[in-house]
Write a protein that binds this ligand. Structure first.
Ligand code: MCN
Length: 790
């Protein structure tokens, strides 16, 4: 099917206010009589709170109130919405302010509300907290040992959950029978998601009606409202309106319900004033969720010819001191079920221990589980290739799931779902052509003779996104506490202009443009005639929000289907006006006419006007062109691709130079190639960041050493070469547009491509593996150790 607007590089409709400084972000919100809050955070990683003295702080001029956890103890703890692995709701989750005990540095213990932020911050320093420090553990594996300090009485050995998938017996048998078994420990370090805008909330309470309005930095305002009202405050959902204004990036961190959001609502009610809290960057580093932090042992069984026969995985997933909203779901459904990647592996078993440690909360961060899965399988394949002395491309081709095997079930670990479609050979082939693999290997050989260490790394990834369907995510073993459909409302006004409201909530992904493209394509109206609104629970249909790269494959299809129903109604009305049979009416380029008589056409604007006026409607037809669609697909989508990285390692300094980066992704049909290129590019930057530079470091006392942007290396544009972006198109059979998600693909794919490239470059030294990030120091040390024969 040839589309005219879908697939085009339509410029982002949302950008003019954003790039001219006219966007309205959380901190731009000013309300009459507004007060400002600042949160006192625990300096200890593990301690009992013995006593808090707030008197001096409360006496500071300008302070409206100082509160501790005791003041909010009647309010429920925050819920855990993804109770995978038997995790219980409300157990070891944050309270508005912690009361007896803290389990990580950065946990909120008191709050000051004042006339201005400066006074609030000054007053924080006057609060006296007496702590009884307790022993600390920060490493997820060590936390499970008998001698480790216990964080929560209800979690023996600090194990929050013990989750598994696949057949343990068959996998052990296959490993025992394998001609070669590769065993390796791989760590996936902890990362700090760096969004442009930290978190914040403004709350207002209206005593006359008992209603709240809460503005917050959120990727899912409807879910925030649901969790705050039904679970935390125990009030009707209808008593709260949640508004997400422009949101400056989220990368997952703004999916969750945080204590401060609830605290602002509680304070607004207590004080009778609107209250604002805006996170500082330092707070963001300790109090907003982190990502990844896995320790994984893998065993890969294979035949000598390279056929992989078994994969056994055991992972310690560090979940931090308390549970964030969907923390248990990331290392289970989104990671554990994807560990076999693009390969046909008949025997798979995976066990994940979710572990409490005295560190900040860990939850989904761009890619959420799939970068961890992709890293381990793509590193494993490269390590196996080294063991077998095989070309890593050859080994991949040997084990790829063949194109005719879709829909594909990876040894039952997907809990009944199947990979929808794929052609892994095609993306790899295209990427190899772009690279000119043969001549690269020759160049590499030449360079080595001159003492230059070039390397090539491959990542042939597949990921799961467009997360749905509700019936799957709601299976008892998954633990997800809600549905996973998505919604859209399309209204064609009397003037023919179209207003669309969506249940998803962009933070930079461009939904206003892509949704407008779908409406423009379907109805034949100019893109500029479509306004797309989101982010306000009042006036948008209930939706689950934006994460799991689901807005195109789920949310946009709700728009698409809604447009189809509008067209259907428009056809019936046009038939009535043209005195024809609806079956004979053609809808083309925004015009409706009887087959063969395009000269007597009604425009969609005319039909919309007639529908809105209601003077002359067919019997029984409701006025107005207005449709709401709740779309629940039958499957997730499984984008895939090949990323290739070329590096040169300076053996004297250990510095890794990125020479070339090629990305060939397949995300089915592309709605807007410009937006998709941007998504891929940003994702790659984050994935390479993990491979080479980023790491969150806690010392043994649970203090975050990489606690500022001076200590945590956020990649800059100048760190990267030109990224070569290409695509193939394998349509998804799951939805009528054939689209798959793309928002996380770059992050998922890129990390192992870079690490594999560095290991290839260092192969002359006999180096097989270095844990991320591959900083010059780590690489240099590995080279020195190799030279000494360590
Ligand atoms: N798109 C398209 N054609 C496709 C697939 C997607 O044109 N075949 C478009 C979509 O219409 C949408 C964008 O690409 O405009 C991303 O779509 P999708 O892959 O569905 O992802 P979501 O919109 O659901 O966004 C979530 C995803 C995630 S999970 C993270 S994390 C992430 C990301 O998007 N965080 C981001 N991209 C980000 N981009 C920005 N600028 N900021 C973030 O915080």
């Amino acid at each position: 099917m040839e589309y005219q607007v879908i697939g085009k590089r339509v410029k982002r409709l949302e950008d003019p206010p954003l790039v001219t400084g006219a966007g309205k972000f959380l901190d731009d919100i000013q309300l009459p009589g507004m007060l400002y809050a600042a949160v006192l955070r625990s300096a200890y990683a593990h301690a009992r709170i013995k006593r808090i003295n707030t008197q001096k702080a409360a006496a500071l001029p300008g302070v409206a109130g100082v509160f501790t956890g005791e003041d909010f103890k009647d309010i429920n703890p925050l819920p855990c919405a993804w109770q995978a692995g038997g995790v219980k709701n409300n157990v070891n989750t944050p309270r508005l302010l912690e009361i007896d005990k803290v389990t990580f540095t950065g946990a909120g213990v008191a709050v000051v509300v004042a006339e201005d932020r400066y006074t609030a911050e000054d007053a924080l320093e006057l609060i006296e907290v007496e702590y009884e420090p307790l022993p600390v553990v920060v490493d997820a594996e060590k936390a499970t040992l008998p001698e480790a300090p216990l964080l929560h009485e209800n979690a023996p050995n600090n194990i929050c959950m013990d989750w598994s998938a696949g057949d343990a017996q068959e996998t052990d048998k296959a490993l025992a029978e394998a001609e070669i078994v590769l065993r390796k420990r791989l760590t996936n370090q902890r990362l700090i998601p760096n969004v442009m805008e930290p978190r914040g909330a403004v709350a207002e309470y209206y005593p006359a009606t008992g209603e709240y309005t809460v503005w917050m930095t959120s990727q899912d305002p409807h879910i925030m409202r649901l969790l705050m009202t039904a679970f935390v405050f125990g009030i009707p959902e209808t008593k709260m309106r949640v508004i997400a204004p422009n949101v400056g990036g989220g990368f997952g961190t703004k999916i969750y319900l945080y204590p401060e959001y609830c605290l602002m609502a509680a304070l607004a009610k207590k004080l009778g004033h609107p209250v604002k809290w805006m996170e500082t960057r330092r707070e963001n580093y300790v109090a907003t969720t982190h990502g990844r932090d896995h320790i994984t042992d893998i065993e890969v069984g294979a035949r000598r010819d390279g056929t992989i026969t078994a994969l056994k995985v055991k992972t310690y997933a560090n979940l931090g001191g308390i549970l964030s909203t969907i923390a248990p779901g990331t290392p289970t459904t989104l990671y554990g079920r994807m560990v076999s990647g693009a390969y046909h592996i008949p025997n798979i078993h995976i066990q994940v221990l979710g572990v409490y440690t005295n560190t900040g909360m860990v939850d989904a961060y761009r890619g959420a589980g799939r970068p961890e899965a992709t890293y381990l399988i793509e590193r494993a394949v490269d390590l196996l290739a080294r063991e077998l002395d095989m070309d890593p491309v050859e080994l991949r081709l040997k084990n790829f799931i063949p194109p005719d095997a879709f829909p594909y079930d990876p040894a039952g670990i997907l809990a009944g779902l199947k990979y929808d479609s794929g052609d892994y050979q095609k993306t790899l082939g295209k990427a190899l052509d772009i690279l000119d693999y043969k001549s690269f290997r020759q160049d590499q050989e030449e360079a080595r003779k001159q003492g230059r260490y070039l390397g090539v790394g491959f990542s042939t990834y597949v990921e799961i996104c467009g997360v749905a369907p509700s019936a799957w995510i709601g299976l008892p073993g998954q633990g997800w506490g809600a549905g996973m459909w998505e919604s859209a409302n399309v209204r064609v006004h009397l003037t023919g202009k179209v207003a669309v409201t969506i249940g998803t909530m962009p933070q930079g992904q461009g939904h206003e443009t892509t949704a407008a493209q779908i409406v423009s394509e379907g109805l034949g109206v100019p893109v500029e005639d479509v306004i797309v609104q989101h982010g306000d629970t009042q006036g948008t249909p209930f939706g689950y929000g934006t994460y799991g790269s689901r807005s195109a494959a789920v949310g946009a299809i709700a728009v698409y289907n809604s447009v189809l129903r509008i067209k259907d109604k428009a056809k019936k009305l046009a038939a009535h006006l043209l005195e024809a049979d609806p079956e004979d009416v053609v809808y083309q380029d925004g015009k409706l006419f009887v087959k063969g008589s395009p000269d007597r056409a009604k425009t969609i604007q005319e039909v919309a006007g007639a529908a809105a006026l209601g003077y002359n409607l067919p019997p029984g037809m409701e006025p107005f062109l207005d449709d709401t669609y709740y779309y629940d697909p039958s499957n997730c989508t499984f984008p895939f691709g090949t990323h290739i990285c070329i590096v040169e390692v300076e053996s004297v300094t250990g510095k890794v130079q990125l020479k070339r980066y090629i990305a060939v992704d397949d995300i089915g049909r592309v709605i807007n190639p410009m937006i998709v290129d941007g998504q891929v590019l940003g994702g790659i930057a984050q994935g390479i960041g993990q491979a080479l530079w980023e790491t969150a470091v806690y010392d043994e006392n649970g203090q975050l050493l990489s606690g500022t942007m001076m200590d945590y290396t956020v990649p800059k544009a100048g760190f990267f070469p030109h990224i070569e972006i290409e695509r193939t198109e394998t349509l998804s059979p799951v939805n009528p547009l054939g689209v798959k998600g793309v928002g996380e693909a770059g992050t998922i794919a890129s990390t192992p491509a870079v690490v594999n490239a560095v290991m290839d470059a260092l192969s002359p030294f006999g180096i097989k593996h270095i844990d991320m990030p591959l900083t010059p120091e780590r690489v240099w040390r590995a080279i020195q150790a190799a030279k000494k024969g360590d």
